[in-house]
Design a protein around this ligand. Structure first.
Ligand SMILES: CCCCCCCCCCCCCCCC(=O)SCCNC(=O)CCNC(=O)[C@H](O)C(C)(C)COP(=O)(O)OP(=O)(O)OC[C@H]1O[C@@H](n2cnc3c(N)ncnc32)[C@H](O)[C@@H]1OP(=O)(O)O
Length: 149
């Protein structure tokens, strides 16, 4: 995707862009770098997995959500120390016990997409650790599904 196709809205806080929810920003720090001096892919994946787990919990209304599958991970471009990145997620399929989502990470400084994952699948589990139906079929943009303590 070219720079021109990225909406200027991506530089605003918490925007909904094409239904994709960009909530979390990270600052690339020295401890996040690989020996080449660019953002370490493992750090990026850890951030995405955590963000996706929280998104899955909010959508499926269950704190017990586990990563089942990630499709091809495309490290499209790199980021450097001092860059700010933002992570976007969008649910693409609600199954019976699972939720499939798409992920995109953008460099807010260069405005390039740096990572895309077409499919991340989370499964809602019961207390027995087995898949548990979540009962939802559509995206919520609220925090209305999670039980509170
Ligand atoms: C108030 C406070 C409370 C606090 C409360 C404490 C709890 C706080 C927990 C925090 C949790 C954090 C979690 C963080 C994120 C991890 O770090 S997760 C760690 C890494 N992931 C794992 O360890 C998962 C390991 N895998 C498993 O345990 C088993 O594979 C699973 C997930 C139980 C699923 O078992 P299974 O036999 O595959 O189940 P199965 O019924 O065949 O399939 C289930 C669903 O997955 C789908 N599926 C299965 N395989 C695939 C595949 N290859 N591709 C796509 N979909 C698939 C199926 O289609 C099905 O979907 P639905 O059609 O029902 O929608």
């Amino acid at each position: 995707m070219s720079d021109a196709s990225i909406s200027p809205k991506t530089q605003q806080f918490s925007v909904l862009d094409d239904g994709m929810n960009f909530n979390t920003r990270k600052w690339v720090k020295p401890e996040d770098l690989n020996p080449n001096g660019t953002l370490f892919g493992g750090a990026l994946l850890r951030w995405v997995d955590e963000e996706a787990a929280i998104y899955a919990m909010l959508q499926m209304g269950n704190y017990r959500a586990v990563t089942k599958m990630m499709s091809e991970i495309n490290f499209v471009a790199s980021a450097q120390q001092g860059d700010m990145i933002e992570m976007g997620l969008k649910a693409t399929h609600f199954g019976r016990t699972s939720l499939t989502m798409r992920a995109e990470v953008r460099n807010m400084v260069t405005r390039n997409i740096i990572l895309s994952i077409d499919k991340i699948v989370f499964v809602s589990l019961g207390e027995d650790g087995k898949p548990k139906p979540h009962g939802y079929t559509e995206i919520t943009y609220e925090r209305d599904r999670l039980p509170t303590r």
